[in-house]
Design a protein. Structure first.
Length: 60
């Protein structure tokens, strides 16, 4: 930002659930997982959590 505004900004996400609330879309998506509004996805990475994985939980 010290040199002015960037010409383009790319958005990357690990998991895309859908459910758009804003008119923005990710440029790079690791995995598309369609979910219901009452479901939550937890992402685990080895460097932080000790293992790589995704959990899908149903919220009540």
């Amino acid at each position: 930002m010290d040199l002015g505004r960037p010409q383009k900004i790319n958005l990357a996400v690990l998991v895309d659930r859908g459910h758009r609330e804003l008119p923005i879309r990710a440029d790079f998506v690791g995995k598309n997982i369609p979910t219901a509004m009452n479901e939550e996805i937890s992402v685990y990475v080895e460097e932080v959590d000790g293992n790589d994985g995704i959990d899908l939980k149903k919220m009540f």
